[in-house]
Design a protein around this ligand. Structure first.
Ligand code: XMP
Length: 514
């Protein structure tokens, strides 16, 4: 049986990070909403309670029935989790005099406690809370403090229960990884068996069992997730997998053909559909970003469905949904900033069942699985690209000419990035999460070329660093690289006479302009 750690999510921004840290310990984990602890839990080896935007005294604070697992499984409460455990077991939680936020030094560490195995005399931790624990439950004792927080960590003397008011999952907690390893491996006895190879082996076997001799349809986007999903399925069921790749006309320069060739190299059976006429016709004159997205989403489903219907004996629709997509959809405080579109809304009469073999993986794990499957490194390292393509990188209405201009500028930019080797030997392309050019087609500015005045559009370059696209920072690109790209774009792309670099982080900006 596969062991797993359950992480109960109380809505903290760092819950996913706890999940990643546990996976880095080669241990499978599931992040579940705070009130969804499973009925059957034989395979659960430990439980972690996350932080929360709420205070335990908030009337809307999330409540959980602790006796479902406390005393039966090892438990670790983090931040709100620690306060909730204290509050529900006769301890006391009060508003802190000053918000405890940022770096603090953990002292008076009880080195005999297994949670602190391998810790030094003092250790830096990261705090982020407005409440603080002022009394712990009777059967508990304090195992570490900071200058301002007496009960920075406590443990039960009667059941396997630990609680910390700091965040071990964040980078700034210097021995956070060690602490989580102590909990997951030493306390919960994880066998550390989760690896890309074990995932591939197990998933291929499960897919064969689940799909039998059925035929499966999959929508490819050229991105890493759907490509890895297709390769995995191909390994499981061979030619019973049919992939559909729709060209809406707003892909990168030559991308449709390049991606089709790459897929053929992998042995996949792919139907490429050029539907650009339809998309351009429906988008004509539309300038509102949300409306553009809606039209593209709708058209995409229509085109995809028309192709899918031709495969009359298909029983399943496979999707490259990955874990963060699912967690976002459970998000407690989430709201829609932009309507992302996925392949969805297939007509009911097709009776297709959904197959999502990557649904438990984080992005970096999808890449590791891709490598395990022998996929080409360039395909695995591709930057994410939005479903609506260049349409969300062209301000104002979309025309074939504008797409062509942007394709040229983007192609120069991305190729330069693929060819620029940084001082440490790594390619610049591999250092950034995502990059692309944006055509500011609603803006014009004056320039001079030779002896002639120009009055044309600027191109904005965007490059960000990120781990999950939820937050992002602008990438600090080398000046000589930017100078070279700017020169090449202005000299070679007709219709562009100025290049800017976008230095906005997310939040408050987003990665895409529309
Ligand atoms: P934003 O602009 O919201 O983008 O900061 C976050 C990440 O999502 C990608 N993105 C999309 N992906 N369909 C997709 O499949 C979409 O409609 C879409 N919109 C944005 C974006 O490129 C970035 O990686």
């Amino acid at each position: 049986m596969q062991q797993k750690i359950i992480i109960l999510d109380f809505g903290s921004q760092t819950t996913q990070l706890i999940g990643r840290r546990v996976r880095e310990l080669d241990t499978f984990c599931e992040i579940l909403p705070y009130n969804k602890y499973p009925e059957e839990d034989d395979d659960v080896i430990g439980v972690i309670l996350s932080g929360s935007p709420f205070s335990v005294h908030d009337p809307n604070a999330f409540q959980v029935q602790l006796d479902r697992f406390v005393g039966r499984k090892p438990v670790l409460g983090i931040c709100y989790g620690a306060q909730y455990i204290a509050h529900s077991n006769g301890g006391r939680v009060e508003r802190a005099d000053s918000r405890e936020y940022g770096r603090a030094i953990l002292t008076s560490i009880d080195h005999s406690n297994p949670l602190f195995e391998g810790f030094g005399k003092e250790s830096q931790v990261w705090m982020s809370h407005g409440d603080t624990i002022t009394a712990i439950p009777q059967d508990c004792r304090v195992i570490a403090s900071t200058a301002n927080v007496r009960y920075a960590a406590y443990a039960s003397e009667s059941v396997p229960l630990w609680a910390v008011q700091f965040h071990p999952e964040v980078y700034h907690t210097s021995q956070g990884k060690q602490m989580l390893k102590n909990f997951v491996v030493d306390i919960c006895h994880s066998r550390q068996e989760w690896s890309p190879a074990s995932f591939v082996r197990q998933t291929v076997a499960e897919l064969r069992e689940q799909l039998g001799n059925d035929r499966v349809i999959l929508g490819l986007s050229g991105g890493v997730d759907s490509s890895v999903c297709a390769t995995l399925l191909h390994q499981a069921i061979g030619e019973r997998l049919t992939c559909i790749f729709v060209d809406h006309g707003m892909l990168r320069k030559n991308e449709f053909q390049n991606v089709l060739d790459a897929y053929q190299g992998l042995g996949l059976h792919v139907i490429g559909v050029d539907a650009s006429e339809k998309f351009f016709a429906d988008l004509a004159g539309v300038t509102d970003p949300e409306q553009k997205r809606k039209i593209i989403g709708r058209d995409f489903v229509e085109v995809f469905n028309a192709e899918a219907r031709k495969i009359t004996d298909a029983r399943w629709l496979a999707q490259g949904t990955i874990y963060p997509d699912r967690i976002e959809s459970l998000s407690i405080t989430g709201m829609t900033i932009k309507s992302h579109h996925n392949v969805g809304g297939l007509p009911k009469e097709m009776h297709l069942r959904l197959c999502e073999p990557l649904q438990w993986l984080f992005k970096d794990e999808v890449r590791r699985v891709g490598r395990e499957l022998g996929m080409p490194e360039r395909l695995i390292k591709r930057h994410p690209f939005p479903g609506p393509g260049l349409a969300v990188r062209i301000l104002g209405d979309i025309t074939r000419e504008r797409v062509r201009i942007l394709q040229e500028a983007d192609d120069i930019y991305i190729n330069a990035m693929l060819n620029y080797r940084c001082e440490d030997g790594e390619l610049l392309y591999d250092k950034v999460w995502q990059a692309g050019a944006v055509l500011l087609s609603t803006v014009r500015s004056v320039g001079v070329m030779g002896d002639e005045r120009t009055y044309e559009h600027p191109v904005a370059l965007r490059a960000v660093t990120s781990t999950d696209a939820m937050t992002a920072d602008w990438a600090h690109l080398p000046y000589d690289f930017m100078a070279q790209v700017s020169n090449e774009i202005i000299n070679r792309v007709r219709g562009v006479n100025r290049v800017c670099y976008d230095i906005s982080s997310k939040p408050p900006a987003t990665i895409e302009w529309e």
